[in-house]
Design a protein around this ligand. Structure first.
Ligand SMILES: [Ca+2]
Length: 343
């Protein structure tokens, strides 16, 4: 359970965030970058084993990090530790070796280290990394399930001339996922220091060069821009991609698809959706508001599909312009909403 982030002002990690945790006495470190307008990045362990769970973190005028304990026990504390505390943290080991930054590049990541990696690491470079990705389903509860976990494989690894940066090519990366990278020890610097923190978690909202499933002729709804309470579901089978747009349960919920048309004209636009059964026949069709490039085209009716795992297709001819377009399906006042959209 993270507490307040602070920007580090001194040292090798200046400009990065330190984030306390109230349920264990530690700090995480976050490196952020702007990728196509998305602020995203990686989290690394920074320190742990402090006197109590961390409620407040601040950077003093001396550049040291000061952490304040939670003052609480129970869920908000670490067993066997103090309930309170004020600690000053300063770097004590100049030779410490760590991942400094993890940056997404087309088809993979660049990991920059605080020092050059050893000859032994260079020799086994592509095998020095274990990679997985997964995503979370947003819910109205505290947290949401971790789904779609899959191992990924490093297909190529190269090291920079100064040996501080390793570039990994990884097959199968998908936006909207967390990418986890682990470099098991032995993984040492050229000076012989073992890697301090062997793990990194990168929240991959935007992946440069990613070719969406649109090249197959459709757009996955779960990857379209969510509006309002729209969430990603995977609890009904027979969907395409990694799930479907769920949560169209409140006015304002929906999705905006960014679609590309080769030339201006009329296109048959299909929506693959599910509309589970309703006890009252009159209420079985659901209406949703349609916008194309911001223009209100009124309601679109989606008849029942009989169950939430049976998917139907509704088609409408829509005028699209050459190049980029937006198509929005949204639950508005006067609509029934409450459909799941797959593609
Ligand atoms: Ca889908």
């Amino acid at each position: 359970s993270p507490s307040n982030p602070v920007v580090l002002t001194e040292g090798v990690f200046a400009g990065q965030l330190a984030i306390g945790d109230v349920t264990y006495g530690g700090l995480q470190r976050a490196y952020l970058e702007d990728v196509a307008g998305q602020e995203q990045g990686a989290v690394f362990r920074m320190t742990q084993g402090l006197e109590s769970g961390v409620s407040r973190t601040s950077v003093g005028p001396d550049g040291a990090i000061y952490v304040g304990g939670t003052g609480e026990g129970g869920n908000w504390g670490e067993s066997g530790k103090l309930r309170f505390g004020l600690q000053k943290l300063v770097p004590v080991n100049e030779d410490s070796f760590d991942m400094k930054e993890m940056r997404v590049v087309e088809g993979g990541f660049e990991i920059e280290y605080t020092d050059p990696v050893s000859d032994e690491v260079v020799e086994k470079l592509a095998d020095a990394y274990q990679v997985k990705q997964w995503r979370y389903v947003p819910t109205q509860q505290y947290g949401g399930p971790k789904v779609d976990e899959e191992p990924l494989f490093v297909t190529d690894a190269t090291v920079s001339e100064d040996r501080t940066t390793v570039t990994l090519k990884i097959d199968g990366l998908k936006p909207g996922h967390v990418v986890y990278i682990r470099s098991p020890r032995p993984f040492a610097s050229a000076d012989g220091a073992e890697l301090l923190s062997t793990e990194a978690w990168y929240t991959l909202n935007s992946l440069p060069g990613y070719v969406a499933p649109a090249d197959r002729g459709w757009y996955e709804a779960e990857l379209a821009q969510p509006l309002g309470s729209s969430s990603i579901g995977s609890d009904h089978s027979n969907y395409s991609g990694s799930g479907f747009a769920a949560g169209m349960t409140n006015v304002g919920a929906g999705r905006t698809f960014s679609v590309t048309a080769p030339e201006a004209g009329t296109y048959a636009v299909n929506v693959r959706y599910a509309n589970g059964t309703h006890p009252y026949p009159d209420l079985r069709s659901k209406r949703v508001s349609l916008y194309v490039n911001g223009e209100d085209l009124g309601q679109w009716t989606f008849p029942t599909t009989g169950s939430w795992k049976d998917w139907g297709v509704q088609t409408r001819d829509l005028e699209l312009q050459a190049g980029a377009n937006t198509i929005t399906l949204k639950y508005e006042d006067g609509d029934e909403g409450n459909i799941n959209i797959d593609v």
